[in-house]
Design a protein around this ligand. Structure first.
Ligand SMILES: C[S@@+](CC[C@H](N)C(=O)[O-])C[C@H]1O[C@@H](n2cnc3c(N)ncnc32)[C@H](O)[C@@H]1O
Length: 195
């Protein structure tokens, strides 16, 4: 998908469902690279991407994959899912909800999840959905597993964002926050938890 088309699609989807999309533009290449720092997947230590969107982070992840069985992407929006299958035809995607991530991963019969890369807008998702996704993350996070997401700077101190971080810290301990990635609309931090 061309970058113009990618922006148009995400913005259009945002207008229809702002809380579930949570972003007016796909992540920039700079933020996508930050999201992928230090990731070395293989077929026994796969990367699970949740909330794939138009594939802005997927593009960077793809460069790190030794083979196609080192990746699984879950996206709830059917239109995005169809275009992901077209644009990254060799990679594994499931059209479904991250609230079912554990079972989806089990059904796909891929290796152990070592990296969870999330583009999900936790700060705007309905509370119940957010809660159910955290439960799935907890089931998938085994020793050595890394979870990474991003939060926008303008919403960083707002209650939903603070709440998400505090729930994560209760479950997985202290996070590591990146420097602010200015080259993103809007600027964002990446947040990493490692077990
Ligand atoms: C902010 S966009 C991020 C897209 C992309 N990762 C990026 O960084 O540009 C969030 C994506 O999460 C998806 N999403 C929202 N709720 C979801 C859920 N429960 N399960 C899977 N995907 C979900 C939306 O459809 C949307 O594509």
């Amino acid at each position: 998908m061309s970058p113009m088309n990618e922006h148009f699609r995400l913005f259009n989807a945002f207008l229809k469902n702002p809380l579930n999309i949570g972003a007016i533009a796909p992540s920039s290449p700079e933020l996508a690279r930050k999201m992928c720092e230090g990731i070395k997947p293989d077929e026994n230590n796969i990367v699970l991407e949740i909330g794939v969107g138009t594939g802005a982070i997927t593009k960077e992840l793809k460069k790190l994959l030794p083979n196609n069985d080192s990746y699984l992407g879950i996206e709830i929006n059917e239109k995005f899912f169809k275009s992901l299958r077209r644009d990254f035809y060799e990679m594994n995607f499931v059209c479904g909800s991250a609230t079912e991530a554990y079972e989806i991963h089990r059904r796909e019969r891929l290796g152990k999840v070592r990296y969870i890369i999330s583009g999900l807008p936790f700060a705007s998702l309905p509370k119940v959905m957010s809660h159910d996704i955290l439960r799935e993350i907890e089931k998938l996070m085994t020793n050595g597993c890394l979870f990474r997401t991003f939060q926008y700077a303008h919403g960083y101190r707002l209650p939903p964002a603070v709440n998400f971080r505090s729930q994560m810290e209760t479950k997985f301990g202290r996070m590591t926050r990146s420097n602010l990635v200015w080259k993103n609309v809007p600027p964002a931090y990446t947040l990493t938890w490692k077990l």
